[in-house]
Ligand binder design. Structure first.
Ligand code: NAG
Ligand code: NAG
Length: 323
């Protein structure tokens, strides 16, 4: 069978009618039409840990129908292609599913996804909320137009693209080789970000509690507030808003900061600083805790706002995050 990852074993070949999806995954539709397409459903008993198996049931036993309905709720469903489309306020709720392609499209309805693993997760909404609980694992593309918002606990994939128009875009943990997140007027609020990340808004503000990779953030009206825990390249740009960069006191970096005003808090010692003031604009560059490293840098540039560089310990950033 094509497309099955190695080492999955323990299959019970197609025994599930669509109805059973309602146990592992469900949907409801009060004033809405729902269209679901499943190309193939295979129910998989998890092999490990063994204690996930129901008592007195071995992997090779085929459960009776009622047992099956009762026990499927705690198992993982494997589906090749899942394609759900709702209209009006029709909502979608999916949990504990593994699939090759997972496609969901709603109008105003909420999509709730919990613990999904897929090669490709594709979610579209025109005004609905997208809520992710647990980990969403896979290359992800989420597009929320109008007031549609995105709030995801943990996202992990090679490439991740998310866009909103007016709605908030929020993620607590983001792990991606390449992530591209954008919003027109919604805020982007990220917790802990790993990998190469690019963030863009027009009016919304951008907040990153902790970044340890390469980060590029740009906004027109919004403010930017970022804690950089470990550094590659950090490039922050705003036209009208202010930029706050927080770093650990021991960070080794080359810095270029420019804006209407540039404030460097006193705990941070910059060496070989150069400062140029021209027409209400200040540009300051300098080295922090090193002299010649130039590949690890932070650039923060705002036309009309102010740039602040502050020190913050990792512990403080964790405390702030959990408070
Ligand atoms: C994300 O966007 C980039 C650039 O548009 C594209 O190459 C990539 O395939 C997209 N990734 C996903 C998972 O849709
Ligand atoms: C970031 O991108 C570079 C090249 O574009 C890649 O070599 C690197 O592995 C990426 N970083 C992470 C953490 O995936």
């Amino acid at each position: 069978m094509p497309g099955f990852p190695e080492g999955w074993g323990g299959w019970h070949t197609p025994v599930l009618p669509c109805l059973v999806l309602g146990c592992g995954a469900g949907w409801w539709s009060s004033k809405a039409h729902v269209f679901v397409l499943l190309s193939l459903i295979i129910y998989r008993w998890p092999q490990t840990p063994a204690n996930l198996l129901p008592q007195n049931q071995s992997v090779s036993e085929c459960p009776s129908k009622s047992d099956f309905f009762r026990s499927v709720a705690n198992k993982i469903l494997f589906i090749l292609d899942l394609d759900i489309k709702t209209s009006g306020t029709g909502c979608v709720k999916i949990q504990k599913i593994e699939c090759d392609n997972c496609k969901i499209e709603t109008e105003k309805g909420t999509s709730v996804l919990q613990s999904i693993k897929s090669h490709k997760i594709d979610i579209r909404t025109n005004g609905g909320k997208v809520i992710g609980l647990g980990t969403l694992y896979g290359n992800t593309d989420i597009c929320a137009t109008e007031k549609g918002s995105v709030n995801i606990e943990k996202l992990q994939g090679t490439t991740i693209n998310i866009s909103t128009e007016d709605g908030l875009l929020k993620t607590k943990y983001l792990y991606a080789e390449s992530a591209s997140l954008s919003s027109e007027s919604g805020d982007i609020m990220l917790g802990s970000v790993h990998g190469n990340t690019s963030l863009q808004t027009k009016g919304g503000s951008i907040t990153v509690d902790s970044s340890d990779g390469s980060l590029k953030a740009s906004t027109y009206h919004g403010t930017i507030d970022v804690y950089v825990s470990q550094l590659r390249k950090v490039d922050l740009k705003s036209q009208k808003g202010s930029i706050t960069v927080k770093v650990p006191e021991s960070l080794k970096a080359y810095l270029e900061l420019s804006g209407r005003k540039v404030d460097v808090s006193s705990e941070i010692q910059l060496k070989e600083t150069q400062s140029v003031s021209k027409d209400d604009h200040v540009a300051l560059s300098g080295h922090m805790n090193q002299r010649d490293e130039k590949d690890k840098w932070i650039k923060a540039d705002t036309q009309n706002g102010k740039v602040c560089l502050k020190s913050q310990s990792w512990i403080q950033s964790v405390k702030l995050r959990s408070s």
